[in-house]
Design a protein around this ligand. Structure first.
Ligand code: MG
Length: 381
């Protein structure tokens, strides 16, 4: 039972290479399945969210982060009668283009690629599903539907939007994506804010006392202590975080439902024509979510220990790019062949892009290993 403003597979703008409709699944289920079966999706297991993979086994990785985003997006999609399969597909694919070492890796790669058009992880996620996953007989990439691709491209520069065809148009025309895409975007924010609190506390980089400066945390923490006595710190942490997620999800669902009722968009095109996204929090919850985000920025992402690790991560990415682009024969043979072929046209930029694709595809541990192999003379291969 889909709402009129949900994305229905029957109204899909389709795939770049037309294919027969799937027999036992919807078009968006097929998208989700192709994403789950991709190599880029498996690599998410070994890519950093905040903590590098070797720092501990219990921290979120990009894979578990993406699963949490999908879970939140599906819950809200179902209660708003939006397309749950599409929201899930977008959520599972949204981080496929991330470099190793999270934002530090992307900043370093963007700096390396500055003379050649830069590097944006969102645009890279689209590049992964449109081009870099190359194992189907009939097309390059995963040949996903327009709606999934639209959702993956959360933001991008105007310059890049001009090169992306139909899927880039909304950035030029200042239009909105589907509600499912808007939802996956907010679900991402709910997931990372909350799991970063959890991981930050577990790593002892954050304290409960300091987090009580944040009203959203303080309120739910006090609620847990009021209802229970004798809980372990782990139980208090979990009970507080599950209440925060629940409060955010409930506010998001109710606020969005009220906006949709008031506006009553007739279809997806009416959603796309809106001046601003319709999926979102109330003013009050928006402010509280931003406060939490600001707290995490100042106390976790800029924490001395995280900062030192990110410094090292940036250097690894920079060194890898610089070695591989200065001598293409250091690349694995299949990437070398691509760089050679790409370089025949406009030369340097196309070759650099092949190196960036290779580096961006690396997992944290592969990047660290490759760095050692290239820079440690005692490593033989
Ligand atoms: Mg994310």
């Amino acid at each position: 039972m889909l709402a009129p403003y949900a994305c229905a597979p029957a109204n899909s703008r389709g795939r770049l290479y037309p294919e027969a409709a799937p027999e036992h699944r919807s078009e968006y289920q097929r998208d989700r399945d192709r994403i789950v079966h991709s190599a880029a999706f498996r690599r998410l297991e070994y890519k950093t969210q905040v903590f590098i993979n070797h720092e501990g086994d219990l921290f979120r990785t990009r894979l578990t982060h993406s699963l949490e985003v999908a879970q939140i997006a599906r819950t809200v999609a179902r209660s708003l009668a939006l397309n749950e399969d599409l929201a899930e597909a977008i959520a599972l694919a949204h981080d496929l283009g991330h470099t190793p070492f999270g934002h530090a890796g992307q900043d370093a790669l963007n700096a390396c690629m500055r003379p050649y058009g830069g590097f944006e992880h969102n645009a890279q996620s689209l590049r992964v599903v449109d081009d870099l996953e190359d194992k189907y007989a009939e097309f390059r990439g995963l040949n996903l539907t327009f709606e999934t691709r639209e959702g993956i491209l959360k933001h991008c520069s105007l310059r890049r939007a001009r090169q992306l065809g139909e899927v880039g148009q909304r950035f030029l025309k200042k239009r909105q994506p589907s509600l499912e895409a808007q939802l996956a975007n907010v679900a991402d924010e709910i997931a990372y804010n909350n799991h970063d609190v959890d991981d930050g506390l577990r790593a002892r980089l954050l304290t409960v006392e300091s987090l009580c400066e944040v009203p959203l945390f303080a309120r739910h923490h006090a609620d847990v202590l009021e209802h229970y006595s004798g809980l372990s710190p782990k139980q208090v942490r979990h009970e507080t975080i599950r209440r925060m997620i629940n409060a955010l999800v409930s506010d998001l669902t109710q606020t969005t439902q009220a906006r949709l009722r008031k506006l009553g968009p007739a279809d997806v095109d009416a959603v796309r024509a809106q001046p601003a996204p319709l999926v979102g929090f109330s003013e009050r919850m928006r402010a509280q979510s931003l406060e939490l985000k600001g707290f995490l920025r100042d106390n976790l992402y800029r924490h001395h220990q995280v900062h030192r690790m990110m410094f090292k991560a940036k250097r690894v990415v920079h060194d890898l790019f610089s070695a591989l682009s200065s001598d293409l024969r250091l690349l694995p043979p299949e990437f070398f062949d691509q760089a050679e072929a790409a370089g025949r046209g406009d030369g340097a930029a196309a070759r650099a892009r092949v190196v960036a694709d290779y580096v961006a595809g690396m997992t944290d541990r592969y990047a660290l290993d490759e760095h050692e192999r290239l820079y440690q003379p005692r490593r033989l291969r």
